[in-house]
Design a protein around this ligand. Structure first.
Ligand SMILES: NC(=O)c1ccc[n+]([C@@H]2O[C@H](COP(=O)([O-])OP(=O)(O)OC[C@H]3O[C@@H](n4cnc5c(N)ncnc54)[C@H](O)[C@@H]3O)[C@@H](O)[C@H]2O)c1
Length: 386
């Protein structure tokens, strides 16, 4: 399948690989909040990357994380950008800060890995990719769970024709919402988050990797409660406003003719998450949870009544895998897999869903991305390859 990208290319392999020819890739982190702990656990254990510094709006938070993970330096975001050994900056700030922080990373001549969503406005994502292309630096975007053994094995299984020609898909994410466990959850119920922007990246990225670019969406959405209460941490009991839909049902149409039904909810009293099925002319593939790195798939023949497990093979390490894959691709001078263009396309899909909800219409999506080969089954994050 040939796809033309309407987003600028984020990379120029010759320029970026010439700049730093050998050795582990230097990494800096901006954002020392909740998820930085998982990233640091893995990034400080991969031999092919080296974390030099952590920065945050609150330098004390960065210092605490640096001490916890034996990172040699900490400070502000500006300190990270000024560090001479940092090649990739990992943006772990909150969604509304992503655009500004990533733009500053590119302006400093560094490659960007950003948590999701890439930005909250498509125009900012487009500007970021264009600025990166001009600067000869890369943009990689979460989620990297989809680079894990579970989803990658499923993608290889879809490619080998096990279900014939894929025709449609169904994904379900239903939960009561994250305010019970996240110590600072208000942002998850406001602009740039909600189940659409916080959760859809996992499901939508999996769907577009499996079925290709989306061309249009329709959707409905609602909000069960106007306010929620923090359930854990020092602010437990605090009340905050919910400003986005917390129940979203969307229909996606893909360029190659397939369609998908996507349910995303923080309003469900019970939890049913990680449900992804792709239906084909010869069978059904049940994929593992796209928000984790492992998990087997299950293959059911057309009209078959029992599923055959498809054991996952590949990396199951955890968040930071995408940064590592991008670091190795940088040294090899080849495209990395979690391309900024894919993250930007997924953002376009999410914005189209939001627009479809508010306008009660069908919204076209015009962006696209280049097809990405699945990861090799023997990708080993623990190997020293550089
Ligand atoms: N928490 C999770 O389980 C989880 C899982 C996957 C992805 N994510 C993503 O990770 C990102 C961060 O989430 P989190 O839960 O760690 O949030 P958080 O609020 O716990 O931490 C964010 C940190 O970024 C800092 N920050 C904000 N703006 C900044 C700026 N302009 N410059 C420097 N520092 C700034 C804050 O001070 C804070 O320490 C979000 O994009 C989220 O979608 C979170």
């Amino acid at each position: 399948m040939t796809r033309t990208s309407t987003h600028a290319s984020t990379r120029d392999a010759t320029r970026d690989s010439d700049r730093n020819p050998t050795g582990p890739v230097g990494v800096g982190i901006i954002g020392a909040g909740t998820i930085s702990s998982e990233y640091l656990t893995h990034l400080t254990s991969f031999p092919d990357v080296q974390v030099h510094i952590i920065g945050d709006l609150v330098p004390e938070a960065a210092a605490a994380r640096a001490a916890e993970f034996d990172v040699p330096a900490s400070g502000t975001a500006e300190d990270v950008l000024a560090h001479p050994d940092v090649e990739i900056v990992v943006n772990l700030t909150i969604p509304v800060a992503h655009a500004e922080v990533s733009a500053a990373i590119v302006a400093a001549g560094k490659h960007v890995w950003t948590e999701k969503p890439i930005t909250t406005a498509p125009a900012d994502a487009k500007a970021l990719l264009e600025a990166a292309a001009r600067a000869g630096v890369r943009v990689g975007g979460a989620p990297d769970t989809v680079l894990g053994a579970g989803i990658q094995t499923a993608l290889r299984t879809l490619r080998d024709g096990s279900i014939g020609v894929p025709t449609s898909a169904l994904t379900l994410f239903q939960s009561p919402g994250p305010e019970s466990w996240h110590p600072n959850p208000a942002f998850l119920f406001q602009e740039g988050a909600g189940p659409l922007y916080d959760i859809a990246p996992y499901y939508a990225t999996t769907l577009v990797l499996a079925l290709g670019p989306v061309v249009s969406v329709s959707a409905v959405g609602s909000r069960a409660r106007e306010q929620r209460t923090i359930g854990s941490g020092p602010r437990a009991g605090g009340v905050f406003d919910v400003t986005v839909p917390t129940q979203v049902a969307a229909l996606l149409r893909f360029a190659s003719g397939q369609n998908a039904t996507v349910l995303l909810s923080f309003d469900s009293p019970h939890s049913r998450t990680g449900f992804v099925e792709v239906y084909g002319t010869e069978g059904t593939l049940a994929l593992p949870d796209p928000n984790v790195f492992g998990g087997d798939s299950a293959l059911t023949a057309y009209r078959g009544d029992s599923a055959t497990p498809v054991p996952a093979s590949g990396a199951t390490t955890g968040r930071g895998l995408g940064v590592l894959e991008m670091a190795r691709a940088l040294r090899a001078g080849v495209p990395h897999r979690a391309q900024g263009e894919i993250a930007a396309h997924v953002l376009d899909v999410m914005v189209a869903i939001e627009t479809a909800i508010s306008s009660n219409g069908t919204i076209a999506v015009s962006s696209s991305f280049a097809e990405v080969e699945p990861m090799p089954a023997d990708f080993d994050p623990g190997a020293a390859t550089l």
